[in-house]
Each structure stands twice: as structure tokens, then as C-alpha cells.
Ligand binder design. Structure first.
Ligand code: MG
Length: 270
């Protein structure tokens, strides 16, 4: 009898764990390195080097931008163009031509290369932004391939999805329900996003200056709050005082120091 009760409790516990989200909510303010930590000697935005730098300094996450090529391959790049070529109209082979390099000499990374390199820092979150202009076929293909790659490298637990495309956010939320998904558009109230299954807001910091109540509204709904792209000391301090959870920044070491100062002076009853 005791054994069967134990087995029942164990199976209930396992079932509960299966439902838990991969990212634990509200673990205190954290730093997300915007396009990786690229402001260092020999690095470049959205490079493998910037990813490794983010891991080396112990950032919470490395943010990076994903685009789909003409032959449906995933590459890391902020803009829809790379060195004058439209990524969606250019094959991976052309984009990876030996003469084409990032500022630090790397080739444009593929998502596979990025995920493989991330295995060196298993604690680092991978804050994956899908660049999209809202085309449903593009989004369906990109999201399918992104999820395949994430599963291939076994990094499901480490990925948080972000996008300016509401439909892409909804698709990620449907297909990866245990992963955090944050909408970037700064123009939708937390309650509506929550209804659409989206678990966080990742808004330009000016939105929180104008409407600080967004932070409370999101938190009351159990949603995470991320502010982008916060580089100046006074802006980082102000966002911390407003209670945002994540600071996405091009100055991750400065933000880490300001968060440490903030925690040291914060009222423990807060
Ligand atoms: Mg981005």
C-alpha cells in the first residue's frame, strides 16, 4: 500500500514537472546581451564571438537575430540584408562565400553553428529573435526549422523566443508552450498578450517611462518584463527602479554592475 502511494505521488510529481515552464519567473533583474556581447576586441554583433563573450561574463542571456535564406537555411544577422544582399533572396552558399566576412573576420553564423557554440555555456539563455515581416509561409518555415535545430542540439530549456511579429510569437507559444515567448512591439497591453498565450513583454524602455503601470500589469499576470535596448547608466537605473526583470543592453558589464549595486541597496522587504 505504502509503495503504491509512493509511486502515485512520484508520478504526480513527474507530471507536474512536465508542465513547468523552462524559465523560472522573477529571479531578480537579469542582463541580456543585445546581439551578444560584441563591444570587445575582436568581436562583432551577432557573431559566435559575441555569444561566447556573453557566456564568459555570466550574462543571463545572449540575444540574437535569425533570418531565413533563399534556400530556407537559418542565419544570424540583424538586418534583412547582409553586405548589401537581401538574405531571403540569397542562398547560404553565397552568403558564406569566403570573401564575405563580419567585422571581426567570422563568416555570417548559421543557427546550427550558434547553437553548437552555445553548448560551451550551458547556463546561458538563448534569446532568439525571429526577424519577420509577417509573411505566414516564411514564418511557418522559419519556426519549423528553428524548433528542429533547437531540438537537434538539445537546448530547448535554454531558449526564449522574441519577435516583433505577433503571429510569430503566437506560433512559438503554441508549438513550444514551456518556453518563454516575449513580444517586442511595445504596442499591446499585457492582458491581450496573455490571452494569446504569450508569456512576456519585451518593450522599448520609453514605453515603461510613459506607462510604468505596464510593469505591474504584466507581473500581476505572471508575465516577465524585459526592456530594450538600455545602454545608459541613468536609463538602466531607472528601469531597475521600475521593477523590470530583464535589461537588454549593448553594455552588459555596466548593467551587471548596476544590478549588483541595486540589489545591495534594495530594501530586503521589497
Ligand atoms: Mg534583436
Amino acid at each position: 500500500m505504502k509503495k503504491s502511494l509512493f509511486l502515485l505521488l512520484a508520478s504526480c510529481l513527474l507530471a507536474a514537472c512536465e508542465l513547468l515552464p523552462f524559465s523560472s519567473p522573477f529571479s531578480g533583474p537579469q542582463v541580456v546581451a543585445h546581439r551578444g556581447y560584441w563591444k570587445t576586441e575582436g568581436s562583432a554583433q551577432n557573431s559566435i564571438s559575441s555569444l561566447l563573450n556573453a557566456g564568459r561574463i555570466g550574462a543571463y542571456g545572449s540575444e540574437f537575430d535569425v533570418n531565413l535564406t533563399a534556400d530556407d537555411q537559418l542565419v544570424i544577422n540583424h538586418d534583412f540584408t547582409y553586405l548589401g544582399m537581401v538574405i531571403r533572396e540569397t542562398t547560404l552558399e553565397v552568403l558564406r562565400n569566403d570573401t564575405l566576412r563580419l567585422q571581426n573576420g567570422e563568416r555570417i553564423p548559421t543557427l546550427d553553428e550558434y547553437l553548437e557554440a552555445s553548448l560551451q555555456y550551458p547556463e546561458l539563455k538563448l534569446v532568439l529573435e525571429l526577424k519577420s515581416e509577417g509573411d505566414p509561409i516564411y514564418e511557418e518555415t522559419a519556426i519549423h526549422k528553428i524548433i528542429e535545430a533547437i531540438q537537434r542540439y538539445g537546448v530547448q530549456r535554454r531558449v526564449e523566443f522574441i519577435s516583433f511579429s505577433l503571429s510569430a510569437c503566437e506560433a512559438f507559444a503554441r508549438q513550444m508552450p514551456k518556453n518563454r515567448v516575449e513580444y517586442l512591439g511595445s504596442d499591446i497591453l499585457p492582458a491581450e498578450l496573455k490571452e494569446r498565450g504569450i508569456s512576456g513583454i519585451d518593450y522599448h524602455y520609453s514605453a515603461f517611462d510613459l506607462h510604468p503601470e505596464l510593469v505591474t500589469q504584466a507581473h500581476e499576470l505572471g508575465m516577465i518584463v524585459n526592456a530594450w535596448t538600455v545602454d545608459k547608466e541613468e536609463d538602466i537605473k531607472r528601469m531597475l527602479a521600475l521593477g523590470v526583470d530583464h535589461i537588454t543592453t549593448n553594455e552588459p558589464e555596466l548593467a551587471q554592475q548596476l544590478i549588483a549595486d541595486f540589489k545591495a541597496t534594495a530594501d530586503p522587504r521589497r
